[in-house]
Design a protein around this ligand. Sequence first.
Ligand SMILES: N[C@@H](CCC(=O)N[C@@H](CS)C(=O)NCC(=O)O)C(=O)O
Length: 203
Amino acid sequence: MRLHSAPKSGNGYKVRLLLGLMDKSVEVIDYNTKGGETHSPEFLRRVNPDGKVPVLELDDGTMLPESGAIMLLLAGETPYLPNDHVQRAQIFRWMFFEQYSLLPNLARPRLWRMWEVEMTEVREVQLAEIFKQGYRALGVMERHLEGHEFFVGGRPTVADVALYAYPRVCDEGGYRLGDYPNVRAWLERIEDLPGYVLPPGQG
Ligand SMILES: N[C@@H](CCC(=O)N[C@@H](CS)C(=O)NCC(=O)O)C(=O)O
């Protein structure tokens, strides 16, 4: 198997973190997303028509895009994806929440800073709304973690791995987690897990 990714990709990091926690490794092929490498005709045709990483290339050449789908495949029968149907549904619930409510709001300010995007008046207005929605999503996590060590079933699952990546690096976009003590304690619990892998640019 090979992982098509990008050095600073938070979604690629989710997959690398899960692999580390499961004591597995795969070959990684990195692309320059800022330079548009994932939109070349070759990449769109052969790797992912959506022009994004991560993509897991299986041994038979099958390409599997989307970090969530990749993690569900890799977690397979391990404790990172319990068999219990209700627990599984809760895991999916948190992964969908991450993709819709959390990721876009936490990733965008980081990306704009990383790519040195010009902050026009329009973008400043957008940024204020993004922070509002991002802090709202962090609040949902903060309240759930009141009395829960991990998101589902009292032990780490793919839901935690999916939810971890962007809050861990959100300070790079200007977020501050001072008002989210449960989130900060949970981030530290993840960091204490055997096989933990540092986020992009920190390892
Ligand atoms: N829903 C996708 C999002 C993938 C995504 O947005 N990837 C970014 C890197 S983190 C990317 O490839 N961006 C390049 C582009 O969109 O051109 C996932 O979870 O894998």
